[in-house]
Design a protein around this ligand. Structure first.
Ligand code: UD1
Ligand code: UDP
Length: 384
């Protein structure tokens, strides 16, 4: 039997977390020849995820440079993909989300007239500069794509409003699939400080902050608020695995260094991250992925941004927008630390983003699209 060649293309840590389980699922399908191309827009942070999931790329463009620009990521991906696509000749390429790798990967496929499947399609803020450049990347990829794998019903409605009506599948988010393989009841962290924290009697706040639109003044304000929180609440321990971006490293060191209860640590391997999240008290983040993972683990999230393309957990009450200004960020967190009722209202597990079967649905949809299966998968619907 001739197999359908499907190539997953990704390059950053979050894409890897969300595409690795799908790459593994596709490799299990007898009718599919799964291929994997990484741009390595991230190097160390990507390799760490590949190691954990045991994914071995067939192609590696190795494009990362220190302080890389959007143009450099985009042009190196586009040029690098040329040789890969000519050699591998996939019948479908899959890109994920909204990074520069996502956009350039989809454009490269289009230039070779190869159909594109967009995983995590249909997220929108409707502000072209926020998040930057991600909102524009996902808009452009929606135009380039042929198949759309939407995590939620809201995402598919967004696409329909833009007149994308065909080949939309509501699958849940593959990050919930990933989470189900990493979180363990007994887990020993590799960083000593994480084993020494008292998760029962102290309030562990997990922090991440890396977005380009937060560089400069917003990051300064956010980090000032974080330090004030650590000063004001002696039972708080803050853990911040700092993104390897030199801009973020410099800001974190300038504002948060040398505080006895703020732990600036290296980026965590994804299983360590998920297990820390499962044990912490509160998450404060500008990350997209953490906004999806923490609600599933019953952890309240304060989002360090002005908007979010993930309204589902906000509606469910476990995520709140804290903005990027010092005073509101401080006040919203302080309230959750002081007022057990306010905390309890947010701390319940909700799963608007998936049920752990997103990869199966996406693989089924691809098989159906290529005539290998009679019916498309039933859409994901969160439990009421
Ligand atoms: C990228 C994505 C963003 C995503 C984020 C996840 C774009 C434009 N941005 O932003 O959507 O939220 O990844 O983390 O696609 N670096 C290393 N080693 C690594 C990774 C990064 O040294 O393993 C450093 C390099 O100096 C690099 C810099 O970080 O130049 C920034 O990386 P880049 O991918 O350009 O931007 P992110 O902020 O990571
Ligand atoms: N993550 C990780 N180690 C870290 C920080 C994040 O493994 O030190 C994981 C996190 O659990 C999530 C993904 O990386 O699955 C999110 O990546 P990031 O916040 O960098 O990007 P975003 O989701 O904002 O695009």
């Amino acid at each position: 039997m001739k197999k359908i060649k499907v190539m997953a293309v990704f390059g950053t840590r979050p894409e890897a977390v969300k595409m690795a389980p799908l790459a593994l699922e596709l490799a299990r399908r007898p009718g599919i020849q799964a291929q994997c191309c990484v741009t390595a827009q991230h190097r160390e942070m990507l390799d760490s995820v590949l190691d954990i999931f045991g994914v071995k790329p067939d192609f590696d463009l190795n494009i990362m440079q220190p302080r890389q620009t959007l143009s450099s990521i985009t042009s190196k991906t586009l040029l690098g993909m040329e040789a890969v696509l000519e050699q591998a000749r996939p019948e479908l390429i899959l890109v994920h989300g909204d990074t520069s790798t996502t956009f350039a990967g989809a454009l490269a496929a289009f230039y070779h007239q190869i159909p594109v499947g967009h995983v995590e399609a249909g997220l929108r803020t409707y502000d072209k500069y926020s998040p930057f450049p991600e909102e524009m990347n996902r808009l452009l990829v929606s135009s380039l794509a042929d198949l759309y794998f939407c995590p939620t019903h809201t995402n598919s409605t967004n696409l329909e409003k833009e007149n994308h009506r065909k080949n939309i599948f509501i699958t849940g988010n593959t990050v919930i699939d990933a989470l189900q393989t990493t979180v363990k009841k007994d887990f020993t962290f590799s960083q000593a400080v994480l084993n020494q924290l008292d998760y029962q009697n102290q309030k562990i706040i997990l922090v991440t902050c890396h977005r380009r639109e937060n560089y400069g003044q917003p990051m300064a304000q956010i980090m000032t608020a974080l330090r004030r929180l650590a000063d004001a609440f002696p039972d708080v321990q803050m853990v911040y695995p700092v993104h390897l971006s030199p801009v973020v490293q410099e800001a974190a060191r300038a504002y948060l260094d040398k505080h006895p209860r703020i732990h600036l640590i290296a980026p965590l391997a994804v299983d360590e991250m998920h297990n820390l999240m499962a044990r912490c008290h509160l998450v404060m983040t500008d990350s997209g992925g953490l906004q999806e993972e923490a609600p599933a683990l019953g952890k309240p999230v304060l989002v360090l941004r002005r908007e979010t393309e993930r309204p589902e957990a906000v509606e469910a009450g476990t995520v709140r927008l804290a903005g990027v200004e010092e005073q509101p960020v401080f006040q919203m967190a302080a309230r959750l630390l002081e007022d057990p009722a306010a905390y309890a209202q947010m701390a319940h597990a909700v799963n608007p983003y998936g049920d752990g079967k997103a990869c199966v649905r996406i693989a089924d949809a691809i098989e159906w699209h290529f005539g290998l299966r009679e019916k498309p998968p039933a859409p994901f619907a969160p439990r009421a």
